[in-house]
Design a protein around this ligand. Structure first.
Ligand code: NAD
Length: 250
């Protein structure tokens, strides 16, 4: 297949727990995944595990909070693959959880930047490419906490709520160009980063608090992303898809 005929999916944070599952699911769906992440060894490991050779997948070392790096990365993808069909923004996380009076501004900004600024920068960089194609699907990542808020997670909850409103705004802006933008909002998901915060017993107890009795597997979040990425959701834009076992029912 010619490079220009392949469907290209850029995944920020594609080296992470949910990211790896999304990369795998999109590759299975026929996309060429391009991972943008600051963890090079994990990112390359994800591609190697899937057996993707040169041209079937790519990794770019990028700090997605840095505008020159982000814009440079999207230029490289455009130069190599000529198009971008899907952008999934997954980089982020809680990073710091503290009572409001103890939250240093530097750490607060780090959380906002990792989640919200990175999403803005990647969307800004991909838009000219999708606009020229007159097609594209953007999937940004929120969280149930972006709807409910969460004690000690002020920065994270604010960033994720911001991502929902940001995505509605770009959905309205980009619709005339054939570009869609939606949000995936995972509930608690069994990734190493999150499970590492609990001992096994507490993790299981936390799972039982969820109506479906357990946390999500990353592959279950990836199914939601694949739906938003593909033509089956072709008339959806500006929406938030909650995949959370009933933890939050907004
Ligand atoms: N796991 C959950 O329970 C859960 C729940 C709701 C929402 N989410 C959201 O899903 C996304 C993925 O979560 P996860 O659990 O897979 O996390 P993770 O830590 O496993 O993966 C995050 C990835 O993003 C990368 N990353 C972070 N900051 C970056 C930066 N500045 N530049 C480049 N790469 C960067 C990390 O290297 C990592 O590979 C996050 O946005 C998170 O907030 C996760």
């Amino acid at each position: 297949m010619e490079t220009s005929e392949k469907k290209i999916a850029v995944v920020s944070g594609g080296a992470g727990g949910i990211g790896a599952a999304v990369v795998s699911r999109l590759a299975q769906g026929g996309f060429v995944p391009v991972i943008l992440d600051r963890d090079e060894s994990l990112g390359r490991e994800v591609l190697a595990r899937l057996g993707l050779q040169e041209g079937q997948g790519a990794f770019l070392l990028v700090d997605v909070t840095k505008k020159p790096q982000v814009h440079g990365a999207f230029e490289r993808v455009r130069a190599e693959f000529r198009r971008i069909d899907v952008l999934v923004n997954l980089a982020g996380g809680t990073l710091h959880a503290k009572l409001i009076q103890d939250f240093p501004l530097k750490e607060w900004r780090e959380v906002i930047d990792a989640n919200l600024k990175s999403t803005f920068l990647c969307c800004q960089a991909v838009f000219p490419i999708m606009k020229t194609q007159r097609s594209g699907s953007i999937i940004n990542t929120a969280s149930n906490y972006g709807v409910t808020g969460s004690a000690t997670r002020t920065a994270y909850s604010a960033a994720k709520a911001g991502i929902i409103a940001f995505t509605k705004s770009i959905a309205a802006e980009l619709a005339p160009y054939g570009v869609r933008a939606n949000v995936i909002a995972p509930g608690r998901t069994a990734t190493q980063r999150v499970m590492g915060q609990y001992d096994a017993e507490t993790w299981a107890a936390k799972g039982r608090e969820i109506p479906m009795g357990r946390a999500a597997e990353p592959a279950e979040i990836a199914e939601g992303v694949a739906f938003l990425a593909g033509d089956d959701s072709g008339y959806m834009t500006g929406q938030t898809l909650h995949v959370n076992g009933g933890m939050v029912m907004p």
